[in-house]
Design a protein around this ligand. Structure first.
Ligand code: GLA
Length: 687
């Protein structure tokens, strides 16, 4: 302790007070002022949409002429539900749109197949968001007034609670159809639940399990369009947020059942997961666009869904955009191409590209509009806190887990990180701010005074490591395990890195260098994003620095269960081993209790207070090592209309959901018909 105080030199009184209390911690610095941020205008959900029948419906002239008049498709009114979802004109930034054109996306991922429910991802970048619709919707909530905040209806058009609050009855939109014309009913919802989410052999692409909806939760179908949830806790409103992207987005039972091992003795869980493969066209969806073209490492083409169940107030069937494309490239190329005008959309999120993109977007003839939001992009490093066999560690791995569970060790790690330098390695300027971990600054539940921040202090870090029992016994500059632990060799830590992003690699390099300064050897394991996801979910890492696009840390109300290890398979850094039990540290148990209380509370003041306690527990104990936090910018080509101002690239969900793409259009005089690769065609028969 003396060493810490000496090392502090001229630090503030606050720091010294905290130091004498046992931890050289302070309050986090305020994020630098950043004028370019935009904010949204706030409305109620009823201002955005409603469900009702309109006297008349219309669709693109070429669809009517080539498909309806020729008898290939029934008239549009027969393809729509009884009461379609209607987007209100007054809430559309540029009003009712016109048909045509295409949005050209670029992604760094690759489609593994189309079965999102069984764990294959489509390459991200919003391709899945355009294909799959979910019971509720949360992306656009960034524009909802705080006092009216709750998930938006979507496939579930309304719901009510039983008097005792244990049952939630949901009404599905009646008469909606899959893109191949087959009716969507509660049978699809039950297949999604029973045979995918609840089936322990199936893990959807974002890791959804039964516990995502609360321990002991049940779901049943009452009729074709009514489902009923039963929750252990009364009025478990937070689970409505879980029913949005990507945890409860039904996939078509009429296609998938035949490939599921429960219904087909020849199928295995592996064959199920890989059906349908990426070259399978016209996989039926409920989203606005259907996959109709695929060339590996080149492009995915999606065309308008003729059965899409949403319209505008004039009765025009949505979407306005006839086509959406996904060029298969790199995430960095998404920024470059969008700035250059050869692509239309990017979440500018890799700070290495900020200065150049800003400069080029500022030119008056720039093809792209660039708008910064709040600092909701952050990186944190999860130490693997599980000592009970999760991920089958070897002797060295197990010894690292034990270290990760040691408070002195975690405090040493956090003090060895120079967050300012780490942020500057990404981009200089007022963008990044040191992130202490936990609730993100600039979001509504954040409370600075409940946040412990451990400033960069390598000498103090070394003292922490000594307290944790580590010494450089062989004089090679790296600390060794104590005698008898992992052969007393150098402490070697493997750090799992997502190689698809330059930012992840830059952050990884910074951590390796900073840890070397304090005698800890870190070995990066750089793999592609899909491999990273599966290694992370199966516990095969010692440390894991990740971009935390986790809504629980920005909104708190969404995915609340994952704020702490509230169940065996929910937290990112701590899951159960083979026997299904968790070995929680005492402070983790306290975090779990606080989170459970939060979820059971109906009192907003109490909830605010509970999150303060949570934040304190998280940051005092260094549950995970916060790194850096910064704003993202949404870049969209200027020819697009109906882009809501202040749309964050990430809050409840990604911008591809937030901007309500089915309402986005290109005014007639700005349209580029030559961009469409499959002009005037609709999805055909299943491939
Ligand atoms: C990736 C990208 C994000 C966003 C999401 C959408 O993670 O990095 O910017 O596009 O996909 O799923």
């Amino acid at each position: 302790m003396k060493a810490h105080i000496k090392a502090l030199g001229g630090a503030s009184l606050l720091v010294i007070l905290a130091a004498t209390a046992g931890q050289a911690q302070t309050l986090p610095p305020d994020p630098p002022k950043f004028e370019a941020q935009q904010s949204p205008s706030f409305v109620g959900i009823g201002d955005i949409l409603e469900y009702r029948a309109l006297p008349e419906y219309s669709e693109p002239a070429w669809v009517a002429k080539n498909y309806v008049e020729t008898g290939k498709l029934p008239p549009v009114a027969e393809r729509l539900p009884k009461e379609p979802m209607v987007y209100k004109t007054a809430n559309m930034p540029d009003g009712v749109g016109v048909y045509g054109d295409t949005m050209r996306h670029v992604i760094g991922g690759r489609p593994q197949g189309w079965n999102f429910l069984a764990g294959n991802n489509q390459g991200w970048g919003g391709i899945d968001i355009g294909m799959y619709e979910c019971l509720t919707r949360t992306g656009p909530l960034f524009t909802i007034k705080a006092e009216e905040l709750q998930p938006m209806p979507n496939l579930a058009k309304s719901w009510e609670w039983s008097e005792d609050g244990h049952q939630l009855t949901m009404h599905l939109v009646e008469g909606a159809k899959w893109s191949d014309g087959v009716p969507f009913t509660s049978a699809d919802v039950m297949f999604t639940w029973d045979d995918n989410i609840v089936d322990p052999n199936v893990t959807p692409a974002v890791g959804t399990t039964e516990a995502t909806f609360g321990e002991g939760t049940k779901l049943e179908a009452l009729d074709d369009y009514t489902i009923r949830w039963t929750f252990k806790e009364p009025f478990a409103t937070q689970f409505l947020y879980q029913m949005a992207y990507g945890n409860f987005c039904p996939n078509p039972a009429h296609i998938l059942k035949d490939h599921h091992p429960k219904y087909n003795p020849e199928a295995t869980y592996e064959t199920y997961k890989n059906f349908p493969p990426p070259d399978y066209m016209n996989y039926p969806v409920l989203g606005a666009w259907v996959v109709t073209g695929y060339r590996p490492d080149d492009i995915v083409i999606l065309r308008r869904n003729p059965y899409y169940w949403k319209v505008d107030e004039a009765g025009n069937q949505l979407p306005y955009l006839d086509e959406v494309q996904y060029k298969l490239s790199t995430w960095a190329d998404r920024d470059v191409q969008t700035v250059a005008g050869t692509a239309d959309f990017s979440n500018l999120e890799q700070p290495e590209n900020y200065v150049e993109s800003l400069k080029r977007a500022a030119a008056p003839d720039a093809p792209v509009r660039l708008a910064f939001g709040a600092r909701t992009i952050a990186y944190t490093m999860y130490p693997n806190l599980s000592a009970n066999g999760w991920g089958d560690p070897d002797e060295r791995g197990q010894a690292v887990r034990e270290l990760n569970r040691n408070a002195d060790f975690r405090r040493g790690v956090t003090r060895a990180i120079d967050r300012q330098q780490l942020g500057d390695a990404l981009v200089k300027g007022p963008f990044t701010t040191p992130y202490p971990g936990g609730v993100l600054a600039e979001t509504s539940f954040y409370d600075k005074t409940s946040t412990a921040f451990f400033p960069y202090d390598p000498e103090a870090a070394k003292a922490d490591f000594e307290k944790a029992g580590l010494k450089d016994t062989d004089g090679n500059g790296f600390l060794n395990f104590p005698e008898g632990v992992a052969g007393g060799g150098d402490v070697e830590i493997t750090m799992l890195i997502n190689g698809d992003y330059q930012t992840d690699k830059t952050i990884g390099e910074s951590i390796v260098a900073m840890m070397e300064r304090v005698g800890i050897r870190v070995i990066p394991n750089i793999v592609d994003g899909t491999t990273r996801d599966s290694l992370a979910l199966s516990g095969k890492f010692d440390w894991q620095p990740v971009r935390i696009n986790y809504p629980e840390l920005s909104t708190i109300v969404q995915n609340t269960v994952a704020l702490a290890p509230t169940g065996p398979q929910v937290a990112y850094g701590h899951r159960a081993g083979a026997d299904g039990s968790l070995d929680l540290l005492p402070f983790e148990q306290e975090m779990v209790d606080v989170v459970n209380k939060f979820m059971a509370s109906r009192d907003p003041a109490e909830q605010v207070d509970l999150i303060k306690q949570y934040q304190k527990l998280y940051t005092d104990n260094v549950y995970a090592v916060g790194l850096t936090q910064y704003p993202g910018a949404l870049m969209i080509n200027k020819r697009f209309a109906n882009i809501p101002p202040g749309a964050p690239i990430f809050l409840f969900n990604w911008a591809e959901d937030n901007i309500i793409r089915e309402r986005v259009y290109v005014p007639a005089d700005a349209q580029r018909p030559e961009y469409q690769l499959q002009a005037e065609t609709l999805p055909g028969e299943p491939g």
